[in-house]
Write a protein that binds this ligand. Structure first.
Ligand code: FAD
Length: 291
């Protein structure tokens, strides 16, 4: 099933995002969590892609194994960081050999210690160029791209960022998956502006259920996502009690996802951070039905 098809059935499409674990033990633990997540009949599963050769091979190892065990469509994330077009092509050729038919096509962040992104000679400067390349040389692969309801950190304005998002869709992206956010009104405004610009592919909200206050403060400080005041107060009130923080996070994510589904989103992408408990909690709360 293609990425676009996953979002055109009666049930909203569900996807989970994993990252490559650092150790063998982490990998085995992850596969157990994936087994649990499969009970919710996701449409596809993705795995992130980091800078540096060894993690990149790990991405394909993990997502290839997930494909083998689940038979589901899977997607590898792919960034332009440090790679020429030829190297990206070699990676995609290997991905396809392993049954990975979809790509989350990204520019990537500047490497640590650098303020701005510089393309390597023979590489790409922006994600729209990567999308164009994949569409031309790997035309059968499904392509998702990143959208930012609260604007990408480097963009001078949301308007400019949306014009750039449109370039990615015009270059051939099938789906937009968003950065995590906690204020649904920001997503709805973003979606309306996308539609007004003629972005007419599924726009899928990306949600990260909070399980730990310190961790989410770190993550949101990096990506610029706002945490609503009431949510912060509830997390603060939980103090050092990790179980209470987890429950507050799952309850918030349940309400957030319920409102998005109510508003007719085509699907939801869950950043599960390689664990199944929070996502399972949210989906069970929502009475999410397995197909
Ligand atoms: P782009 O779309 O290229 O945008 C980058 C900036 O340039 C934006 O400010 C945009 O407005 C501007 N811009 C875009 N095109 C043009 C143009 N043609 N001309 C002028 N300006 C332009 N990072 C990883 O390293 N690995 C991952 O696996 C990963 N997965 C992610 C998954 C999702 C769903 C999301 C939302 C993000 C992910 N990221 C990942 C983070 C991502 O790499 C960063 O946010 C990165 O800074 C931007 O990538 P992009 O593809 O959005 O870039």
């Amino acid at each position: 099933m293609s990425l676009a098809d996953i979002y055109s059935t009666d049930q909203p499409g569900l996807s989970f995002e994993l990252f490559p674990p650092k150790t063998e033990a982490g990998e085995e633990a992850l596969l157990k969590h994936v087994q649990r997540l499969l009970e919710f009949s996701p449409g596809y599963i993705t795995c992130t892609y980091g800078a540096g050769g060894s993690t990149q091979n790990k991405t394909l190892d993990i997502i290839g194994r997930v494909h083998e065990m689940s038979g589901l469509p899977v997607a590898t994330h792919l960034t332009c960081v440090g790679s020429t077009a030829e190297q990206l092509g070699e990676y995609l050729t290997e991905a396809r050999k392993r049954g990975v038919d979809n790509v989350v096509a990204l520019r990537g962040d500047p490497p640590k210690g650098e303020d701005s992104f510089t393309a390597v000679e023979g590489g790409f400067k922006y994600a729209n160029e990567l999308v164009e390349y994949i569409r031309r040389d790997f035309s059968d692969m499904g392509i998702a791209v990143a959208g930012y309801p609260e604007k990408h950190v480097e963009a001078p304005s949301l308007d400019v960022d949306l014009e750039n998002l449109k370039r990615k869709v015009d270059a051939g992206a099938d789906v937009v998956v968003t950065q995590l956010f906690y204020v649904n009104d920001d997503f709805f405004a973003f979606r309306d502006r996308c539609v007004a610009l003629g972005i007419n592919v599924p726009i899928v909200p990306g949600l990260l259920p909070v399980t730990n206050f310190a961790q989410i403060k770190r993550i949101t400080s990096l990506c610029g996502a706002k945490l609503p005041g009431e949510f912060v107060s509830a997390l603060e009130a939980a103090g050092d009690e990790s179980d209470t923080q987890f429950q507050v996070g799952v309850d918030f994510a349940t309400q957030q996802m319920a409102q998005l589904l109510e508003a007719g989103v085509p699907g939801v992408h869950l950043y599960v951070l390689n664990k199944s408990e929070a996502a399972s909690g949210v989906l069970e709360n929502l009475g999410w039905k397995a197909n």
